[in-house]
Design a protein. Structure first.
Length: 436
């Protein structure tokens, strides 16, 4: 089977790599010529553990190839649309890239194709893809049969390869048996070990992705709210988390408080689903609150820092440990670190930063407003406080003795409750966590 994937970002590239790894001939297409030129040289646009090896292996055996012109990748049976769906000005998902791709497919195909949307798109998008593609074919006066389907992606950045190869489930929306059997054939290698392939109608598949991300974002905002109240009332959210996480109905995942969720998905998907409700006369009140809590949570650490230093932040130096919105990724989209950095810089502070992989990405936003360091120890030289932003595993057991030699004041703001409050106090630190 030959497939073409349009859009070589996190989703397109991981999908392409994993499908080529099971023997499928995969063509990846992107309008960003620079990205494609780099991919042909083996240079990946993103950091994702394990991805480089899979792409190198399959590129050299010819199973995966890269193009900036769809015409070179047009004789496939299956097309995946994996382009971005950023928030439009009003918060709803901007479908212009998805529909551009549908138009391009319609302008170029010569035989039957199945067009599968992998991008996160609102209910009704597959129909828009169908209409757009039909119009392009009518303009060409061509009568070529095609189908559309929805196959939302649930991979997590940082664990994308194993999520794709061993998915909790694969969700697919189809409207006929032919599409279903193509997709069954395509995904068979991934489901033989019992991972379920769940077929449903197309609108339900489109909604499933938004409902999943919104539920996860809700858990995070709920827990952040609980943490803030714990702090006011003198409870410890770490204990509360363990106390509720052992209840099977609640579960222990996604109930860690922190400095707010970020990334390319939760913020935009929560907004888009709320907007989709509004556009259809229904107010998604829970999601509106989820977003509001998240926006204020991104400021929580700044308020603690400001209070600790009696609002005298001018010329104070902060050691930022981590920048990316979560570990194992260089994705800086909507990262809470950016909000905190900007608030501190606006107050006249200086910031030393270290992140194992995200510093190049961070430079696109922070430019030279912060001091990029070679290690977490470098950040602490003459710093007035440490701010733990991202729970990279290499930050778990730092050499506190070495740090004591470097730092000005033993104060730590732990945005992920990574360290033991008791241990840090024993070491002589002023310790500030979230909800403890
Ligand atoms: P991304 O921004 O990393 O990549 C999108 C790519 O599409 C870019 O390389 C861009 O150049 C390309 N592109 C845009 N228009 C194009 C066109 N007309 N033709 C060819 N290429 C084009 O995006 P991403 O993070 O991979 O996300 C893609 C979609 O998948 C989004 O809808 C997102 O919500 C969804 N999603 C993302 C994740 C994630 O963790 N990043 C997870 C699940 C779902």
């Amino acid at each position: 089977m030959k497939i073409t994937i349009i859009g070589t970002g996190y989703v397109g590239l991981v999908t392409g790599a994993c499908l080529s790894d099971i023997g499928i001939e995969v063509r990846c297409v992107d309008v960003d010529k620079n990205k494609i030129d780099n991919l042909k040289k083996g240079i990946l646009p993103i950091y994702e553990p394990g991805l480089q090896e899979i792409i190198d292996r399959n590129f050299s055996s010819g199973r995966i190839s890269f193009y900036s012109d769809i015409k070179e990748a047009i004789d496939s049976e299956v097309f995946f649309i994996a382009v971005g769906t950023p928030p439009g000005e009003d918060g709803s998902a901007d479908l212009k890239y998805v529909l551009q791709v549908a138009d391009t497919i319609g302008k170029n195909i010569t035989k039957y194709v199945l067009v599968i949307t992998k991008s996160t798109v609102p209910v009704g998008t597959a129909e828009k893809v169908r209409e757009t593609l039909s119009k392009s074919l009518i303009n060409r006066k061509k009568n070529i049969d095609f189908d559309v389907a929805s196959n939302p992606e649930f991979l997590k950045e940082g664990a994308a390869i194993s999520d794709f190869k061993k998915p909790d489930r694969i969700v697919v929306g189809v409207d006929n048996e032919k599409s279903k059997s193509i997709i069954q054939k395509l995904y068979r290698p991934f489901i033989i070990n019992g991972h379920p392939l769940i077929f449903m109608d197309i609108p339900s598949a489109e909604m499933t992705k938004y409902a999943a991300n919104s539920m996860l974002a809700t858990k995070i905002s709920f827990m952040n709210d609980i943490a803030n109240l714990c702090e006011i009332l003198g409870a410890n959210v770490n204990s509360v988390r363990k106390g509720i996480g052992t209840d099977e109905r609640i579960g222990n995942k996604f109930i860690y408080p922190g400095i707010g969720y970020g990334g390319s998905c939760f913020p935009k998907d929560v907004k888009a689903l709320a907007k989709s409700g509004k556009n259809n006369g229904y107010s998604m009140r829970i999601l509106e609150a989820v977003e509001e809590v998240n926006t204020s949570q991104k400021r929580v650490m700044f308020d603690k820092i400001d209070r600790h230093f009696d609002s005298n932040l001018k010329n104070k130096t902060f050691a930022f440990w981590g920048l990316s919105f979560k570990p194992n990724t260089d994705d800086m989209r909507e990262a809470p670190s950016l909000v905190l950095a900007k608030l501190l810089l606006a107050s006249g502070s200086k910031i030393n930063v270290f992140d194992p992989v995200a510093m190049e990405e961070a430079k696109k936003d922070l430019n030279d407003s912060v001091n990029y360091c070679k290690s977490l120890y470098d950040t602490t030289k003459n710093a007035d406080a440490i701010v733990l932003i991202t729970e990279w595993s290499e930050f778990r057991l730092p050499d506190w003795k070495a740090i004591e030699e470097l730092i000005n004041e033993k104060t730590i703001f732990d945005g992920r409750n990574l360290y033991s409050k008791e241990n840090m106090i024993e070491r002589g630190y002023n310790y500030y966590g979230i909800g403890i």
